[in-house]
Design a protein around this ligand. Structure first.
Ligand code: GLY
Ligand code: MN
Ligand code: MN
Length: 435
């Protein structure tokens, strides 16, 4: 992403904020895995969206119309000794030279400088409840300004949820964001195809995970957007299964939900295929039902339709299919109305996708489902999960978990399936696995 795009976003936000406002946005803290070991650092997505600044211990401040500097970045100082251990820091010089800040101060000076900026503004844009340390300091700063009332200092009058503004911007992806997301989906697609080719009974789930992450990392995507799910047999019925430690059994299906991250943008793809390369008749029937539900949902992804349309289409196909297969009994409209399908399909058909795998953006506006518009990116991911021991369910269906998930960008006339490179019909999957 080039620095101009970050700048454009800051300008857009500042236009919405108007003069007399201040926005304060911290990056994410470093997460500790265990003693002396940190997780690889990942900036907060909102912070990254506006700054592109990759280091921890940073706070961005935007003050539209301020003469000296509208964009101020507080970040770590250069420190040759610390940099010898943990790598280069931008410092104040790099913050202005490389990241477009109009001015920059050491993060340690935040308590001295920020209150003086705050007391000159009427409106504060800040995401309360996301960063306990900064929340506490904010309330101390604002309290101290209030105490200066008799000296004629008024301070902020209004507090506004900054996250809501940024999330609405993030929901509409630019051309360059969609390009990155397409690249991420293409790499993940290659990884899923590779997993189909190398899968053999007797492998461990983590071995397939390793094949996936190897393909992604070799293509430049070092990080996955979330922990990959590789669930053989009944493990495919566990929606957020990440243990990935069981043996893959001849005759079972394996469900892989994995997507890499490129330049902080996620892909999110699921495919389900037979461990031995051939669907059994029962697996095939359920698989093709999920696939028709997914196809019906994808048709509904177009401008003018609302967020709920693809889900309703998937639910209709799945419920009718479950009745045809004898897994549900009754009238389809009644079974939809009373949610009977949720016994086997208990999640929704998708979510927004972007820098976060479950990306930001409201699904409802003024109480009604949001209309789909070009630039929105979402997943479509129906599934069926027949857990063993399900009452009244014939043995042949039990332990089958299936999900098929693709990433879609809404376009002017419909949608573009970013993850279309991974095949999903029974014939295509069996052909790849036989080859
Ligand atoms: N991988 C998480 C999801 O599909 O929502
Ligand atoms: Mn998903
Ligand atoms: Mn997924």
């Amino acid at each position: 992403m080039n620095t101009n795009e970050f700048r454009r976003r800051r300008l857009q936000l500042m236009r919405m904020m108007g003069p007399g406002s201040i926005a304060i946005l911290p990056s994410a803290p470093v997460a500790i895995r265990n003693r002396d070991v940190d997780y690889p650092y990942r900036p907060d997505s909102d912070f990254h969206y506006l700054t592109g600044f990759p280091e921890p211990e940073a706070v961005a401040v935007l003050i539209p119309g301020r003469a000296q500097a509208e964009y101020v970045l507080f970040c770590r100082e250069s420190d040759p000794e610390k940099e010898a251990w943990n790598g280069k820091r931008a410092g104040q010089e790099g913050a202005t030279r490389d990241y477009g800040a109009d001015d920059s101060f050491p993060i340690g000076d935040l308590d001295d400088i920020l209150p003086r900026m705050l007391e000159q503004c009427e409106r504060v844009f800040y995401a309360m409840g996301c960063n306990a340390d900064l929340d506490k300091r904010m309330s101390e700063w604002v309290g101290a300004i209030r105490d200066k009332g008799r000296a004629g200092i008024q301070g902020p009058l209004e507090f506004i949820a900054l996250d809501h503004y940024i999330h609405d911007m993030r929901l509409y992806k630019s051309r360059s964001e969609i390009k990155i997301m397409r690249d991420a989906a293409r790499i993940s697609a290659r990884a899923h195809m590779h997993a189909m080719k190398v899968c053999r009974p007797g492998m461990r789930e983590w071995e397939l995970e390793a094949e996936i992450t190897h393909v992604c990392a070799s293509a430049g995507a070092r990080f996955q957007a979330y922990s990959p799910i590789v669930g053989g047999g009944v493990n495919g019925c566990v929606l957020h299964y990440v243990d990935n430690r069981d043996e893959l059994i001849d005759g079972d299906l394996v469900l892989i939900d994995a997507g890499c991250e490129i330049d902080y943008y996620a892909s999110d793809i699921t495919r389900t295929f037979p461990v031995n390369g051939c669907f059994s008749p029962a697996q095939r029937l359920l698989y093709e039902l999920v696939l028709s539900a997914q196809e019906a949902a994808i048709v509904e992804v177009r401008p003018g339709n609302h967020w709920e349309d693809p889900h309703q289409a998937a639910v209709k196909v799945i419920t009718k299919g479950l009745v045809d297969l004898g897994l549900l009994k009754g009238r389809v409209p009644t079974l939809i109305k009373n949610g009977a399908y949720k016994k086997f399909y208990m999640h929704r058909t998708g979510h927004w996708l972007g820098m976060d795998v479950h990306d930001v953006g409201d699904y409802k506006v003024d109480g009604t489902w949001r209309l789909l518009e070009p630039g929105m990116v979402m997943t479509v991911e129906p599934g069926l999960y027949i857990t063993p021991g399900s009452k009244g369910v014939a043995k042949k269906w039990q332990g089958i978990g299936i999900r098929i998930e693709d990433d879609l960008a809404v376009t002017k006339n419909g949608c573009d399936v970013l993850s279309k490179d991974v095949p999903k019909t029974v014939e295509e999957i069996e052909a790849i696995m036989a080859g």
